[in-house]
Design a binder for this molecule. Structure first.
Ligand code: GH3
Ligand code: MG
Ligand code: MG
Length: 366
């Protein structure tokens, strides 16, 4: 291609085309300068930016050279410039190579040191890991054996203390419960005795009117379910006022007590003897028919009347005779407390009217 500018004459001899030659020479110059500039720029770019190598100055020179190569100086002058710079470029390259070689050695040293350090760290790590591992094994063993044993012992102690606390609390509670149950029993006894007291006649010790009413009501209620015969005796002391008047109220009280003891002999089991009020008494005879009740009433009247009563300080020859009158009624279907008591009262009234010291049955007044 470079020799394509040569022309041939019609006989085939080559002839010089100077214009073309010149033109091509200028192209070659431009091409050469372009390549040279590219190389200079390339070298400049490859140069390391290092103060130790005076890189800035070197690069500045190269930039100037590249600029010159772009101008239109004579080729010979450009060649001279290039030659000068070639030495400078070579010197820079040598400096850079030396520098890199030094750095390489240093890097090698550093890498060596680092490798050794790494190895040391690695071995230290392994040592540390091993010690940690041993420690953890030891800890594990301690946890498995000693600590658990200690823990177990502590737990057992704790459990024992808990058991002891529970036992102490139990015994305290038990004592409290015993105390409370004693109190409850005492209260129950007090309640029972209060109830008994409230239903007892203070003078004679037998049941009072309240107890009589309650018991009679129970019997009547019970008989609505299953009829069981029972009879009522209403007893009134005859002429009691006279005794009080003659011997005093206290003497009268003693007579009441004495008569009550006589009445007691006529009641048994579930029978009830009560002071109905004043010098009046009532007896509930369970299982008794009217007939039986009248018989019992007559016995009472005879027993009372046949007894001689000697009051305190009273000579025997002055002994008293006391009599009672009794009205008798027996439970009938449909009876209430009031109807039963009312019939007995009427019979008593009849007994009084008939001369006292006698028993009269409800039948006799009907
Ligand atoms: P009657 O034969 O008609 O029953 O005559 P009476 O005197 O027994 O009857 P009255 O009702 O006239 O008198 C009853 C007396 O009983 C009057 C009262 O002072 C007395 N009396 C009532 N309760 C007691 C008591 O608790 N103690 C004493 N000492 N006397 C009492
Ligand atoms: Mg009376
Ligand atoms: Mg009387």
């Amino acid at each position: 291609m470079l020799f394509s500018f040569r022309k041939k004459d019609p006989e085939g001899h080559e002839i010089l085309d100077w214009a073309s030659e010149f033109e091509r020479s200028e192209d070659r110059r431009k091409f050469f300068l372009m390549v040279a500039r590219a190389l200079v720029n390339c070298i400049r770019e490859f140069a390391l930016d290092l103060t130790e190598l005076d890189s800035a100055k070197f690069k500045e020179d190269l930039s100037g050279l590249a600029e010159t190569l772009g101008g239109d100086e004579k080729l010979s002058r450009l060649q001279a410039r290039l030659k000068n710079h070639t030495e400078a470029i070579g010197a820079f390259a040598r400096r850079q190579k030396g520098y890199l070689s030094d750095r390489e050695t240093e890097f090698k040293d550093i890498i060596d040191i680092l490798s050794k350090a790494m190895a040391a760290v690695d071995s230290e790590n392994r040592e540390y890991n091993r010690s940690i591992l041993e420690q953890s094994r030891h800890l594990e063993e301690v946890t498995r054996l000693d600590d658990i044993k200690r823990l177990k012992r502590a737990l057992l102690r704790e459990a024992e203390q808990l058991r002891q606390a529970v036992r102490q609390k139990e015994s305290r509670d038990l004592a409290k419960i015993e105390k409370l149950s004693h109190k409850v029993s005492a209260l129950n006894r007090e309640l029972e005795s209060a109830r008994t007291e409230s239903e007892r006649d203070s003078l004679t010790g037998i049941c009072n009117r309240r107890a009589f009413d309650r018991y009679l009501a129970e019997l009547i209620t019970r008989n609505t379910l299953q009829a069981r015969p029972f009879a009522l005796l209403m007893i009134d002391i005859d002429n009691f006022k006279r005794i009080n008047d003659a011997y005093g109220h206290l003497a009268g009280d003693r007579v009441l007590v004495t008569l009550v003891n006589k009445f007691r002999q006529s009641v048994r089991g579930q029978d009830l003897l009560a002071r109905y009020g004043g010098e009046e008494f009532a007896i509930l005879l369970l299982g008794a028919s009217l007939r039986n009740a009248i018989k019992k009433s007559q016995q009472i009247c005879e027993s009372i009347a046949s007894t001689r009563y000697v009051l305190e300080g009273m000579p025997a020859w002055e002994a008293l005779t006391i009599t009672v009158s009794i009205g008798v009624s027996a439970w009938c279907t449909g009876d209430t407390e009031a109807t039963l008591v009312s019939r007995a009262d009427k019979a008593l009234y009849a007994a009084k009217g008939a001369g006292k010291n006698r028993a009269v049955s409800e039948k006799e007044i009907a």
